[in-house]
Write a protein that binds this ligand. Structure first.
Ligand SMILES: NC(=O)c1ccc[n+]([C@@H]2O[C@H](COP(=O)([O-])OP(=O)(O)OC[C@H]3O[C@@H](n4cnc5c(N)ncnc54)[C@H](OP(=O)(O)O)[C@@H]3O)[C@@H](O)[C@H]2O)c1
Length: 430
């Protein structure tokens, strides 16, 4: 019988405790699949006495995860602390410097330092596994890196943040405000006390930067991702979207264009009859366009103890079996420098909602601003009549260039009759 794979786990929170539980409860199955046992030999967290619902008997305890990475009796160091820098980065670097394999669920770490860590892993002859960092329980990293290895990938996109998807779903169904639904999501544990990473789009941007590197063979470049979150989406926009045959989803989109790689995270209007439009609640979904495979679709739980632990353990199984793959599908030195496509040159259709004083000439002024930028209108909806209160005016455009659209919206926003900043949402052709 082969030697067991010895594993040290830093971070025993939602994911870390989940990994320890999964390894214990699936021990026989994993041993059969790997031909060796997977054994946790060491752990690290902040509070040694905290009740975690897991049995840590026989595991060495380290107060300091960096010390654990440097000296634990383990072939694999699992980083489940979180954060782009600090102990997560220090322990990962220490483990690789010592020639140990690293498995992490930390998308922030990878989005900021992914290429350098991949290079350090190669130099050490070690694996850097991060299946859990993108889309939780959906095995999207292996699908792109291994399953679709024969394809040139032109687009990878989807719903990568379950918290935002949950909030938008509940807002649409209940017509409650963003703030109200967010407070509820925090009570239910679907949103963090500080929700900014999720609702402002940064978490999805971290995941997109990692996925885009893998899909397009470019160095990870978080600064090339254009990011907008969901704070400004109102129940009114969700209603209008439905009336126009759309759903609003926070999408992360990576795309090859003739001008370079486009990476963006923002609320999108997508046709209601598409598969992505029907992915609701905390679920994630990823779509990948390969030139030979065509469009492939992956749907599942993007977070939570079980799904994320499942993804972490899939990397441990690869290591136990001796299966080795470069972290981003090709050697780090071969990852191209990312040429970012300027978003100003993006071509697409747009939804704009204005709140206007219902007075003569408003529509003519709005139309003139669009005409002068050669933006052609596809539809216009105006509801209600009131000379004192603002009334909504909703426009959709034909395909146009983003820079022209932004200039037109800027001019519209400065009209006296427009009483709050216009809401502009890109309409995404899927
Ligand atoms: N939660 C999810 O569903 C999910 C999904 C995908 C990816 N991830 C990623 O997985 C990672 C962990 O997330 P999580 O939700 O499990 O976080 P969490 O519940 O907050 O757990 C973090 C753990 O790290 C420990 N820790 C924090 N600072 C430490 C330090 N300086 N030294 C040693 N231990 C330290 C904490 O110790 P104490 O317990 O003693 O405080 C805790 O056990 C993050 O990178 C996250 O982005 C999470």
């Amino acid at each position: 019988m082969s030697q067991p794979l010895k594993i040290a786990v830093a971070g025993l929170g939602t994911v870390g405790a989940g990994v320890v539980k999964l390894l214990a409860s699936q021990a026989a199955l994993l041993e059969a699949r790997c031909g060796r046992r997977l054994v946790v030999t060491a752990v690290s967290a902040r509070e040694r006495k905290k009740k975690r619902g897991i049995d840590l008997a026989g595991m060495a305890w380290f107060d300091d995860p960096v010390e654990m990475a440097k000296s634990a009796d383990a072939e694999v160091i699992v980083e489940l602390i979180g954060g782009a820098d600090g102990p997560a980065k220090a322990m990962t670097e220490a483990a690789l410097a010592r020639g140990r394999h690293v498995v992490t669920a930390n998308k922030a770490l990878l989005a900021h330092h992914g290429t350098a860590l991949a290079a350090a892993a190669e130099k050490a002859g070690a694996t850097l596994g991060y299946e859990a960092a993108v889309a939780g329980g959906i095995p999207i990293i292996k699908a792109v890196r291994e399953g679709l290895a024969g394809n040139r990938i032109d687009r990878v996109y989807g719903i990568l943040n379950g918290t935002c998807n949950y909030i938008l779903t509940v807002m649409r169904e209940s017509r409650r405000s963003f703030e109200d639904v967010l407070a509820d999501a925090q009570k239910k544990g679907y949103a963090e006390a500080d929700p900014s990473l999720d609702v402002d789009g940064f978490d999805a941007a971290h995941k997109l930067a990692v996925l885009a590197s893998l899909a397009f063979g470019v160095a990870v470049d978080l600064s090339a991702v254009s990011v907008a979150g969901i704070r400004n989406v109102s129940p009114m926009d969700l209603d209008y979207a439905a009336e126009l045959g759309f759903r609003i989803k926070l999408l992360a989109i990576g795309r090859r264009t003739p001008r370079g790689i486009e990476q963006r995270v923002h609320p999108c209007m997508i046709p209601v009859d598409t598969l992505l439009a029907r992915v609701d609640g905390v679920f994630n979904a990823v779509m990948v366009d390969g030139d030979f495979a065509g469009n492939t679709v992956y749907v599942g739980r993007g977070a939570g103890e079980g799904p994320t632990a499942s993804a972490v353990v899939s990397d441990l199984v690869d290591i136990a079996r001796g299966s080795r793959t470069p972290a981003f599908g090709l050697p780090a030195a071969k990852l191209a420098k990312l040429e970012a496509a300027p978003l100003a040159e993006h071509r697409g259709r747009y939804y704009i909602r204005l709140m206007v004083r219902d007075q003569p000439g408003v529509i003519a002024d709005v139309s003139a601003a669009l005409r002068d930028e050669r933006v052609s209108l596809e539809s216009m909806l105006q509801r209600g009549r009131s000379t004192i209160e603002a009334v909504p005016v909703v426009l959709t455009t034909h395909e146009t260039v983003e820079a022209a659209m932004l200039r037109a919206v800027d001019r519209i926003a400065r009209l006296d009759s427009v009483i709050e900043p216009p809401c502009m949402i890109r309409i995404e052709e899927l």
